[in-house]
Design a protein. Structure first.
Length: 191
């Protein structure tokens, strides 16, 4: 467990293994079953997590029950409704487990203390926020400029290991299309 977190953090910062161990020491591990939630829409989050094993999705659910998948978060991803957490306001989306998952969880208060003790953690935060912003901007551009088939091709490229781990209706909701439209695109691509 510590190896995955250490490797992920070291890709973004120059924190040492001993500095990273302080992160894990003030965190807890929790397991999630499929369809359980790390964060629920309408609840104010007070913690974030690092996915050790498993898969999550950020999903909006309309009043009519229609799902809109924002992103998939596999192993070695940080998960959070960060803007809701820092503003102490309710999250607009759910973070739902798709598979049996194991997450290292840290409270926002502990995170604040860790950043106060060592400013290098702020660099990690900046890197994560930059990565998230770039992903968001790219996804918006794809929705505005590309058709569903091209969005699906990008999904396959960006998430090559998820095709058999994610149900078709979730992929369709990520692409902004119906499962039937996704089936048509898949048939066309195989032909």
């Amino acid at each position: 467990m510590v190896t995955e977190i250490t490797n992920s953090i070291k890709q973004l910062t120059d924190l040492t293994e001993s500095e990273i161990s302080k992160f894990t020491e003030i965190s807890n591990i929790k397991t999630f079953k499929p369809k359980s939630h790390f964060i629920r829409a309408g609840h104010t989050p007070t913690e974030f997590g690092f996915v050790i094993r498993g898969l999550f999705r950020y999903v909006y659910i309309s009043k009519e029950g229609k799902e809109y998948t924002k992103v998939f978060m596999p192993e070695n991803s940080f998960i959070s409704s960060y803007s809701a957490m820092i503003s102490k306001s309710p999250s607009y989306f759910f973070i739902e487990a798709i598979e049996d998952s194991k997450v290292l969880i840290m409270s926002y208060n502990n995170w604040q203390k860790l950043k106060e003790q060592n400013p290098k953690w702020n660099l990690l935060l900046v890197k994560l926020l930059e990565k998230g912003y770039a992903t968001k901007e790219k996804r918006e551009r794809e929705f505005l400029l590309l058709d569903a088939e091209n969005r699906y091709r990008i999904y396959l490229k960006e998430y090559p290991t998820l095709e058999n781990r994610v149900k078709q209706h979730m992929i369709a909701s990520y692409l902004g299309i119906t499962p039937i439209a996704l089936s048509r695109i898949r048939r066309k691509m195989k032909a």
